[in-house]
Design a protein around this ligand. Structure first.
Ligand code: DC
Length: 229
């Protein structure tokens, strides 16, 4: 394959609220790479299950939904996306805590993960892809050029989410958010199918005391040391 057709894949994994989405979008924009928000696929599946009255405990039912799910991502300015499920804009609903919880439930099933694997790999197109999730470096793109594992303390991640929700005018309790973050971590880390863990060779960054700008600069420095520009 000619060098110019080579697809460079950068994986950014870690727990929810570590800043993966923000950093991945900035890096993708800078490199003019595509961006895969793999969590959105699990969130869409959770929403689709509710809409089609499929139990989030039914692996078979979820697998069938995952295979045929009619979804579309539409790029907007500043790296934002609109997300459509069966033609309906679900971008807002997708980001709620309830949908996140549904996603973490459906994501436990190996059959569901396999059913979504092909869709995720289809995002890898030249010149490159920044893939954000839990198992991008371990399972979906094990041969990625660069693997990063972003993390931060549960308190700091809940705090970031708290500020985000307050800005949106939502009434939330910080202790409840810390609890939610902890229980989602627990489920993501302790499941048998592709549990959340740093991929072999991944560079780990604890962002608890770092600003978005500092994390971005660190990641861009790593990229330039690796010769990825
Ligand atoms: O990144 P997020 O918060 O949108 O992800 C929602 C849930 O989806 C998360 O709790 C676990 C699951 N998920 C996963 O299992 N594997 C991924 N690659 C991405 C998300």
């Amino acid at each position: 394959m000619a060098e110019e057709n080579k697809v460079v894949v950068i994986t950014i994994d870690g727990p929810s609220g570590a800043g993966k989405g923000t950093i991945s979008r900035i890096v993708a924009k800078k490199l003019r790479f595509d961006y895969l928000d793999s969590g959105a696929l699990y969130r869409l599946l959770g929403l689709s299950a509710v809409r089609h009255h499929v139990s989030v405990e039914s692996e078979k039912g979820l697998m069938a939904l995952a295979e045929h799910m009619d979804i579309r991502f539409e790029a907007e300015k500043e790296g934002a996306f609109k997300v459509y499920l069966e033609g309906e804009d679900v971008s807002r609903e997708l980001r709620t805590e309830e949908t996140g919880l549904l996603a973490s439930k459906v994501a436990q099933f190996p059959g569901v993960r396999t059913a979504l694997l092909k869709r995720q790999r289809m995002f890898a197109r030249a010149p490159g892809l920044v893939a954000d999730g839990r198992d991008m470096g371990t399972e979906v793109f094990p041969a990625a050029e660069l693997k990063i594992y972003l993390t931060a303390s549960a308190e700091e991640r809940a705090n970031r989410r708290y500020k985000e929700l307050l800005e949106k005018g939502e009434d939330v309790s910080l202790p409840a958010l810390v609890e939610q973050v902890r229980s989602r971590d627990e489920r993501d880390i302790s499941r048998d199918a592709s549990p959340l863990r740093p991929a072999e060779g991944a560079i780990e960054l604890d962002t608890s005391t770092m600003s978005i700008q500092e994390v971005t600069e660190t990641v861009l420095n790593i990229l330039s040391v690796k010769g990825i520009k």
